[in-house]
Design a protein around this ligand. Structure first.
Ligand code: MLT
Length: 383
């Protein structure tokens, strides 16, 4: 006899959007159809050889088979602090202000456990990466305060409208829109953060190294009171390595470490070493050639797609960061997604990022060049 089991009420969430899209892609593949999956930011390019090699070498270390630590290896934390100073000119104490993560996603979810109580208000941008509103809010039984991001304001929030929240998620360069934070906005956010000591700003910079015009700046250049999240995933095309880090205000970092000590035993040492190798390859804040090359490839692919969409009359948000293309289809969002799917192309519906994404579609150019070209042909024949 099968026992049917009802999961906890807090799990009454619609399917995680990316998991659902993965399922649809798998079904198409199974049916023998070509699948061009532009629905997830999972880079097709391999990590730099020296990053892979660092992970491999670490398997031979005496300590590699033992539990790592929840806060992260001390040498790796030192590498993070060294990188941060070279890249942003901000000094961090590697023992108090750095925590290695099992990917930025883990840290973005666990920071909520570290700083909110059930019933607290959490500010979540709309549209946004779904983790903030789900793991960072619903799973910790908090009230979600949606902060609308509008194209007219460059998808930057109006901070004057935010009050009484315990935690605020922000993410620049932005997923899904590709928007970048201006220096003026970051200065204003710094002042807002300092004026609201009860609130934690969780600033997601997973795409911080994927800018095509000018390097992204850290919120910690503007205030010491925030917590910022970085990831090896997008910086080194290494999403499967599951390693990232949080940096910032020491009390929040130690609260995050405390949560992690209760739940996990830290990122595996070989992948921490891979992170360290990538960070150490920067020279005075300038990334290694491999990353410069990734940027060129992603930017070229973006341009191809942006031009094809613009030619068909779509309103494309002209961003200069991330490997996402964010474009407006109006009332046609779900029919557009379905028509593309019939031709084998998977895009992400904007509404998967919240009601603020309704009428928009996201394409991720983390697929090989020939898939981008095939997608361009599909777009030319879609209406
Ligand atoms: C995305 O497609 O938005 C991201 O790849 C998901 C993630 O980073 O977890």
């Amino acid at each position: 006899m099968n026992h049917s089991h009802k999961p906890a009420v807090r799990l009454n969430l619609p399917a995680y959007p990316f998991a659902e899209l993965e399922r649809r892609a798998a079904a198409l593949k199974e049916a023998g159809k070509p699948v061009y999956n532009l629905s997830i930011g999972d880079p097709d390019l391999p990590p730099p050889g020296f990053v892979v090699e660092a992970a491999r070498r670490a398997l031979d270390e005496d300590r590699a088979h033992l539990y790592p630590s929840s806060r992260g290896d001390s040498d790796v934390r030192r590498a993070v602090a060294g990188w941060f100073e070279g890249r942003f000119g901000v000094q961090l104490d590697p023992d108090r202000q750095v925590c290695i993560l099992i990917g930025a996603k883990e840290g973005l979810a666990n920071i909520a456990r570290a700083v909110v109580n059930p019933g607290d208000a959490v500010a979540v941008p709309d549209p946004a990466y779904p983790v903030y509103g789900r793991a960072g809010c619903r799973l910790v039984e908090c009230q979600q305060v949606k902060v609308r991001l509008e194209p007219e304001s460059g998808f930057l929030p109006n901070l004057d409208r935010i009050g009484g929240v315990k935690l605020m998620y922000l993410n620049y360069p932005n997923n899904p829109t590709g928007a970048e934070a201006t220096d003026e906005f970051l200065a204003e956010l710094g002042r807002f953060t300092d004026a609201n000591p009860e609130m934690t700003v969780a600033y997601d910079m997973a795409y911080g190294e994927m800018c095509f015009n000018r390097p992204a700046r850290s919120i910690l250049e503007f205030t010491p009171n925030a917590v910022e999240f970085h990831s090896l995933s997008k910086m080194a095309c290494a999403t499967g390595y599951r390693v990232g880090f949080a940096v910032g205000e020491p009390d929040r970092i130690s609260a995050l470490v405390k949560v992690k000590e209760e739940i996990d035993s830290g990122a595996p040492l070989p992948f921490q070493r891979a992170l360290s190798a990538m960070l150490d390859a920067y020279r005075d804040g300038v990334p290694p050639q491999d990353l410069i090359h990734y940027r060129e490839i992603f930017n070229r692919r973006r341009e191809l797609l942006v031009n094809a969409l613009a030619k068909q009359g779509y309103d494309v948000f002209r961003s200069r960061a991330t490997f996402y293309v964010w474009f407006k289809v109006g009332n046609d969002e779900l029919p557009f997604i379905s028509r593309a799917l019939e031709k084998g192309v998977l895009f992400t519906p904007g509404s998967g990022f919240g009601p603020g994404g309704r009428g928009w579609v996201r394409a991720s150019v983390t697929v090989p060049d020939d898939v981008v070209s095939a997608t361009v042909s599909v777009i030319e024949n879609l209406s």
